[in-house]
Design a protein around this ligand. Structure first.
Ligand code: NAI
Length: 342
């Protein structure tokens, strides 16, 4: 029996290509995985009449871990976003996005290594809006002690288990004294349980300015849903954009690791897709299931391959290679057991 059973959702467009590449790289790293593969999205609709069949949810609940490729969300068909459904149904309350600088991905900054932790279930994203009278609309911002406390615990636990030194809570409690005030109060209370990890806070507008001026000063950022949505894309931009960063949605019922980019129908089936973002998510997934060694080896191999010639990386990040060129280069490095620092 394989050591790990993981639900695999290849998705649409470039999804099957990038997931196949990542599955191959994980195999090359020596981790023993049995994949339970399911269709989601358009393919699942045509086969089962539902873009997210119950058996997919059951599989994730059973295995507790899923790797997911991007899924096309058709416009104007009433087909609800699978990502939102997955997050809500499984209560995946923590969104995790580590960002780090990589060789040959040219950006304005060097040596960035920070982690964004975003609360995934409430805030203005609860979608509670209504028209009070014609011309006046109210949108409710929901912040609870329970959700604020559990996300703060998640951030500090992540810091503790990943050797991080500081968690910075981001808020606008000077204006939203009750809602953001509660978020901050819960953060400070949880921080008392972690005396070895530094805890501080920033007002969100100041944080955005500081991220542009000196992003290297931050370690872990902890944010409510809406600020987290915006700041996590900002931080992705600091290291090369959505095509190169990992994403994970984690809760007590399971964890879904995915690329944050879309299904890129314009390049699907052409061996041009970059598997890097999904691979970075797979590194997080391996850490999550306790495979720290292979996760580090893949991470080192990414650094090594990106530092090699342009034929080993895809065109979207300035290379001349294909999906399979990148995949083969990574597997080659992994098989040789070569470390990035060699
Ligand atoms: P997109 O991210 O699919 O594509 C934007 C541009 O980036 C395109 O030029 C594409 O070729 C390029 N690109 C994206 N990922 C790439 C990769 N791995 N390698 C190389 N190039 C890459 O965004 P778009 O076009 O707005 O959305 C297409 C579809 O994807 C839509 O149906 C959208 O709803 C869905 N989508 C799904 C997401 C998910 O499942 N997590 C997230 C975002 C969009």
């Amino acid at each position: 029996m394989a050591k790990h059973k993981i639900t695999l959702l290849p998705g649409d467009g470039i999804g099957p290509e990038v997931t196949a590449a990542v599955v191959q790289i994980i195999e090359c790293s020596g981790v023993d995985v049995e994949w339970e593969k399911y269709f989601v999205g358009a393919e699942a609709i045509s086969r089962f009449g539902d873009p997210l069949p119950q058996e997919v949810l059951d599989s994730i609940l059973r295995n507790k871990v899923a790797l997911k490729g991007p899924v096309t969300t058709p416009v104007g068909t009433g087909f609800a976003s699978i990502n939102v459904r997955l997050r809500k149904t499984l209560d995946l309350y923590a969104n995790l996005r580590p960002v780090r600088s990589m060789p040959n991905i040219i950006t304005r900054y060097e040596d960035i290594d920070l982690v964004v932790v975003r609360e995934n279930t409430e805030d203005l994203y609860a979608g509670l809006e209504h028209e009070v009278v014609p011309g006046v609309v109210e949108s409710l911002k929901i912040i609870t002690e329970r959700a604020s406390t559990r996300i703060a615990k998640f951030a500090f636990e992540y810091a503790r288990t990943h050797g991080r030194k500081r968690v910075t809570a981001v808020h606008k409690a000077n204006i939203m004294k009750m809602s953001d005030g509660l978020f901050l109060k819960c953060f400070r209370k949880v921080a008392e349980e972690y005396p070895n990890i530094e805890a501080d806070d920033r007002i969100v507008d100041n944080l955005c300015m500081q991220l542009v001026v000196n992003p290297n000063q931050f370690d872990i950022l902890l944010l409510e849903n809406l600020y987290g949505d915006i700041v996590s894309d900002l931080t992705a931009g600091l290291v090369g954009g959505l095509g190169v960063v990992a994403g994970a949605n984690i809760g007590e019922n399971g964890a879904v690791f995915e690329a944050v980019h879309g299904s890129a129908p314009d390049i699907a089936g052409q061996n041009k897709a970059n598997p890097l973002a999904l691979l970075q998510s797979a590194v997080l997934m391996l850490q999550h299931v306790g495979e720290m060694g292979p996760a580090k080896r893949i991470s080192d191999a990414i650094t090594k391959v990106l530092g090699m010639g342009p034929e080993n990386r895809t065109r979207d990040i300035g290379g001349t290679g294909s999906t399979t060129d990148f995949t083969s280069a990574l597997c080659e490095v992994l098989r040789k057991g070569t470390r990035a620092t060699d």
